[in-house]
Design a protein around this ligand. Structure first.
Ligand SMILES: C[S@@+](CC[C@H](N)C(=O)[O-])C[C@H]1O[C@@H](n2cnc3c(N)ncnc32)[C@H](O)[C@@H]1O
Length: 332
């Protein structure tokens, strides 16, 4: 079977390179309450640090989703076993959870075309190499695509006789607020065919103490993840953030229904971006929001499916009901 890798990311000399990144940083730093969207953290290094987060014992979204994949892999296999299928994994990262399922599907000799899509070219490339070494002589074919979600979806081979099954795992949907998640799902629905499936991983609302523990690990991986954004801004925009002058903390905000990570400036300081002619002042202990992870209730999830053209097929929970992978069918 074939194992291919396509890189659709702009190269580092391209003019269009991360114009969106620049706009988002300038806009976020200019607001009265500084705030940067979560997606800015993800480049190759950001995606690598996220893989460390997935290994943290108190990071329940990953612990619970692993359990769901181990417990319910046969349920998913039965749903798809008589169909020629391509599994499209949006924001795959290292696909640690999806690999549990792939192994099971391959053991059952199902013909699967697996298509991981991620903005981190390094993550996709490593994943394709890993899958080839593990599944080289099996019924699995792989096409890894390094790109933004929808650009990648457009590049997926449209085989009329194959159903698409789109995975959007890891509570990545929670990096947007509720209305933005609805818009994202509507756009996803538009790019799929009637009868295609999606499986979305939602982190459910729970005791805020547990949420606090999940996003404030003693090992400091969450701090490293959030402060990586300062490195990215230095690298991409020639800024002079001094990382050691900032600390991170995350907490649940009941107004936004999200765990929000903040990076706090430990002293009065000015960050300069000479190439853009910009500078931004931070007062001592001023916070800047860098991450947003929305926590869902089941009625909100059901409304998201129904309002955006999907029929709910099944909810797969972990034993504590902390997390749900919700499977929906596209209705057109
Ligand atoms: C929260 S992680 C989830 C990773 C993996 N699916 C999991 O469940 O562990 C989000 C992933 O989405 C990728 N990503 C973020 N923004 C993206 C975008 N706009 N287009 C494509 N991939 C993106 C990141 O590089 C990262 O690997």
């Amino acid at each position: 079977m074939s194992f291919d890798f396509k890189n659709l990311r702009p190269d580092s000399n391209s003019d269009s390179k991360d114009h969106e990144f620049t706009q988002a940083v300038i806009k976020g730093l200019s607001e009265e309450r500084k705030r940067l969207p979560s997606w800015l953290i993800f480049d190759d290094r950001g995606s690598e640090i996220f893989e460390e987060i997935v290994g943290l014992k108190n990071y329940h979204p990953a612990v619970c989703e692993f359990e769901i994949f181990h417990t319910h892999k046969q349920t998913i296999a039965e749903l798809i076993f008589d169909e020629a299928l391509q599994i499209i994994d949006l924001g795959s990262g290292d696909a640690r959870k999806t690999r549990v399922l792939l192994e099971h599907l391959v053991e059952n000799e199902l013909q699967i075309h697996y298509i991981p899509i991620d903005i981190s070219a390094g993550a996709v490339k490593n994943l394709v190499t890993l899958l080839e070494s593990k599944f080289g002589n099996t019924s699995l074919a792989v096409t890894g695509i390094a790109s933004e979600y929808f650009q990648g979806l457009e590049a997926v081979p449209r085989e009329q006789f194959k159903r698409n099954f789109v995975f959007f795992l890891g509570s990545t949907i929670g990096n947007q607020d509720y209305p933005a998640a609805g818009k994202f799902l509507r756009r996803l629905w538009e790019s799929l065919n009637d009868g295609d499936y999606v499986m979305i991983g939602f982190d459910l609302m729970k005791n805020p103490k547990l949420l606090y523990r999940a996003y404030n690990d003693p090992e400091g991986v969450f701090q490293k993840f959030n402060l990586h954004l300062l490195d990215r801004i230095n690298q991409e925009l020639g800024a002079n953030f001094i990382k050691s002058n900032y600390v991170q903390e995350g907490h649940y905000n009941e107004q936004s229904h999200a765990v929000e990570s903040h990076v706090y400036s430990t002293e009065d300081q000015t960050v300069k971006m000479p190439a853009l002619g910009k500078e931004f002042h931070f007062k001592a202990w001023e916070g800047m929001q860098t991450e947003h992870s929305y926590k869902y209730t089941m009625p909100e999830i059901e409304a998201l499916a129904q309002n955006n053209g999907f029929e709910i097929v099944e909810h797969l929970f972990d034993s504590k009901k902390f997390f749900v992978d919700s499977i929906w069918k596209v209705k057109k």
